[in-house]
Design a protein around this ligand. Structure first.
Ligand SMILES: C[S@@+](CC[C@H](N)C(=O)[O-])C[C@H]1O[C@@H](n2cnc3c(N)ncnc32)[C@H](O)[C@@H]1O
Length: 498
């Protein structure tokens, strides 16, 4: 900036991440690599100085600060201290940056491998107020009007804008958005009809209860002993046949030990359906085995999305993306994140235990554990949290909660029934299966993984014949989410399992 006023000699810089300052005639000072720097290296963390809007409007913008300040997410203006103010502009850049509002700092990370001597540049945006490489035109008077009223580096927000507005904020919240305007594509399953041959069954222990007054006692006992596992959630507990009443008990391999004082006959095994009935013919067939619940899939009637629900989903998807980008910038993880937000319609403040939100990124790199995928990590966070008797103390990562200390509620801790699962990349087969086990309601992902994905990529787990749960799948259209990232930030090798 302002080469005429730039120092003739670059100061020495003690940054040990391979950055040095150099001065050139056309750009003034800039940041250069003093040695090769690999991609994804955090090369600088600059604290920022913040100016409120009035201070900036009335004073800052008439000073040299105008060339160094840029928008902060809360609409204040920020000046990066340290090397942060010396990165020149380039399109394409080789450095991306992340504004950390919690620590009031900016983290600069290389986006590709850098050679010794290369200039390290960020992207300021499209409306530059100086000519590239032109000595004179970088003077303030050459700066064209930028109609947002903000000067300096405000334009960088075009690419790195965390404040980019949610397109569903405006308009009638109750308006149903037409299918073709939805920001995602629904994965269409092959039509399915169950018949007598294809109905899958499992062996369950059943007991006949001759005395009706024993039924309530038995039901209470089942609850207390935790026999009612989630795999039987679709079965009605009691079957009445003419004069006899029977109760389904468990799917364990051994017969359950019944309360001795009730003097019941010995339990016996019966084949029962593994899943609820999706159609009326299937309900008849399944209920002939054991009374089963009816959960028709409205094949031609996809669930409508209102603008308000899309506003919620858009925020959730953006949060997932931001988390993935941050995981890579801060912790050098794979940029994959998954998020279970508070369900639509529930205010985060009023959320009950079962409605709390959980987010996690992939942690294969830091843990050197090949199974620490983002989806599994997120489900695990939810499960560990539910399993802990005490709520985690403030600031304690739920993953660190001692799960052995908790009231492990009969294996139901991991259940995501009625929860929407947001994830940056199509979950792999293992993660798609864990979402199935967890009974997720719907999965929304951003990047398809054609070779490894289990939600339509290489296979589609919830559509396989015989699985005992189905979830809906949506692929978010890339152009409908904030560009707080470049595709390069999140694109993964297609052979990698997300
Ligand atoms: C944040 S400062 C960067 C550091 C600045 N070069 C210095 O010496 O202090 C922004 C200013 O640098 C200059 N600048 C940045 N990128 C440039 C480029 N690609 N070509 C020419 N000048 C550039 C412009 O004068 C701009 O106002």
């Amino acid at each position: 900036m302002l080469p005429a006023e730039s120092p003739a000699l670059a100061p020495e810089h003690l940054n040990n991440t391979g950055c040095t300052i150099k001065v050139t005639a056309d750009k003034g000072r800039g940041v250069y690599a003093s040695r090769p720097i690999p991609r994804n290296t955090t090369i600088e963390i600059s604290p920022v100085l913040l100016f409120n809007k009035e201070e900036y409007e009335n004073h800052g913008k008439y000073t040299v600060l105008d060339h160094y300040t840029f928008k902060w997410p809360d609409s204040r203006m920020a000046l990066a201290l340290g090397l942060g103010s010396l990165f020149n502009h380039s399109d394409p850049p080789n450095v991306s940056y992340f504004r950390d509002t919690q620590t009031e700092s900016i983290r600069y990370t290389t986006t590709r491998d850098i050679d010794t001597g290369e200039e390290l540049c960020i992207y300021y945006g499209h409306s530059l107020w100086f000519s590239l490489g032109d000595n004179n035109s970088s003077l303030p008077e050459d700066k064209p009007e930028i109609d947002d009223g903000w000067g300096g580096l405000s334009c960088v927000d075009e690419i790195n804008d965390q404040t980019v507005s949610n397109p569903y904020e405006d308009g009638d919240p109750e308006e149903i958005v037409p299918e073709e305007d939805l920001p995602f594509i629904r994965y269409k399953p092959a039509p399915e009809e169950e018949d007598a041959e294809s109905i899958r069954t499992m062996q369950a222990w059943v007991v006949d209860v001759p005395e009706p007054q024993h039924i309530t006692t038995l039901l209470k006992w089942i609850k207390q002993t935790g026999l009612d596992g989630p795999e039987m959630g679709h079965l009605k507990r009691i079957r009445k046949k003419r004069s006899s009443t029977s109760l389904v008990l468990s799917t364990s391999s051994e017969p359950p030990e019944l309360p001795a004082e009730l003097d019941l006959p010995a339990p016996y095994q019966l084949p029962v359906p593994t899943s609820s009935a999706l159609t009326l013919p299937s309900l008849n067939l399944k209920s002939a085995l054991w009374p089963t619940t009816y959960t028709p899939r409205r094949k031609d009637e996809p669930e409508p999305w209102t603008r308000d629900k899309l506003r919620w989903a858009w925020n959730a998807m953006k949060k997932t993306v931001d988390f993935a980008v941050e995981a890579r910038a801060k912790n050098k993880e794979l940029p994959i994140a998954a998020y279970i937000p508070t369900p639509y319609g529930v205010d985060e403040k009023d959320a009950e235990l079962s409605d709390l939100s959980f987010i996690a990124s992939d942690s294969r790199t830091s843990t050197k554990h090949p199974l620490r995928h983002a989806s599994i990590n997120t489900i695990r966070k939810l499960a560990d949290y539910h399993a802990s008797i005490e709520e985690p103390k403030d600031g304690l990562d739920p993953l660190e909660v001692d799960k052995t200390a908790g009231d492990v509620r009969n294996g139901t801790n991991y259940l995501l029934t009625d929860r929407t699962f947001f994830v940056t990349h199509e979950p792999c087969v293992m993660c798609s299966m864990s979402l199935l086990h967890s009974r997720a309601k719907e999965v929304i992902y951003l990047y398809p993984m054609a070779k490894t994905g289990g939600c339509g990529g290489c296979t589609c787990l919830p559509m396989l014949k015989g699985v005992n749960h189905r979830y809906s799948i949506f692929q978010w259209k890339l152009d409908k989410i904030s560009r707080n990232f470049t595709d390069e930030d999140l694109t993964l090798d297609q052979t990698l399992d997300a």
